[in-house]
Design a binder for this molecule. Structure first.
Ligand code: ADP
Length: 237
């Protein structure tokens, strides 16, 4: 039987640098995520959200438990295979946008395609296509510091989409944005999820932002304390 898209089992993480007696950052997390889901991850500061995202994003490895991606145990992947998955299967969006300041919006969007070896003309073509998709066609040759925060985050989203990822990992993507801009970004994620079926895993502190997701996973002290459909505020009880 084919496995789920993402499946973690009894995932544990103890940081080597942690002070003695500190509880483990992840303590036996088991869950699955299917292709096409839009999942919000919430929980207080220090509850393990970032650790979980880093493990799922293959930016860090767990100290115990199993992680299967498309049915394959990732602990068997080589460094090159891990880099390949991070570049081709995942797209990352961060709170601080993380754009390179000295290159244009289009060049930022093209970066993942440089690493994946696409020819220059193709990179340019796709960058422009992606910037148009996020509503920034006129800003292709603008430097990031000429763009507003919301525009910079749109560039970062276009960059995350460059290699047709199966999963978008977004860590507080609206954390630095005002309410109106946050709503626009979340509407974009929602449409993207519905139209392309890309899976989205999004960390947020805000209930209003989690409302856009279909499923909510809540962490506390390294445990999952809630996992279920988002209770939409307008839905009948
Ligand atoms: P959250 O994202 O929910 O704020 P984290 O995953 O960052 O939670 O942290 C979970 C726990 O792991 C906390 O106790 C935190 O102090 C600890 N922690 C996180 N990163 C590190 C690290 N690099 N070294 C040591 N301890 C860490």
């Amino acid at each position: 039987m084919a496995g789920r898209f993402i499946e973690v089992e009894h995932l544990g993480k103890v940081y080597e640098a942690a002070a003695p007696g500190t509880p483990a950052a992840l303590q036996g997390v088991s869950l699955g995520i299917d292709q096409g889901e839009f999942v919000a991850v919430m929980g207080p500061s220090g509850s393990g959200k970032s650790t979980f995202m880093n493990v799922v994003g293959l930016l860090d490895s767990p100290t115990s438990g199993a992680y299967r991606l498309n049915g394959k145990d990732v602990s068997g992947l080589t460094t090159d295979e891990l880099a390949h998955v991070r570049n081709r299967v995942f797209g990352f969006v961060f709170q601080g946008f993380n754009l390179l300041k000295r290159i244009s919006a289009a060049e930022n969007v093209a970066l993942p395609m440089v690493y994946s070896g696409a020819p220059g003309a193709e990179r340019r073509r796709r960058s422009l296509e992606l910037l148009a998709k996020v509503g920034l066609a006129p800003y292709a040759d603008a430097m990031p510091n000429r763009l507003s925060g919301g525009q910079q985050q749109r560039v970062a989203i276009a960059r995350a989409l460059a290699n047709h990822p199966q999963l978008i990992l977004a860590d507080e993507p609206t954390g630095n944005l005002d309410t109106q801009t946050s709503m626009e970004i979340m509407d974009f994620f929602t449409a993207l999820n519905r139209e392309t079926g890309v899976t989205i895993l999004l960390v947020t502190h805000e209930n209003d932002i989690a409302q856009y997701a279909g499923r909510l996973i809540r962490f506390k002290d390294g445990h999952v304390v809630h996992d279920g459909p988002v209770a939409h505020e307008k839905a009948a009880e």
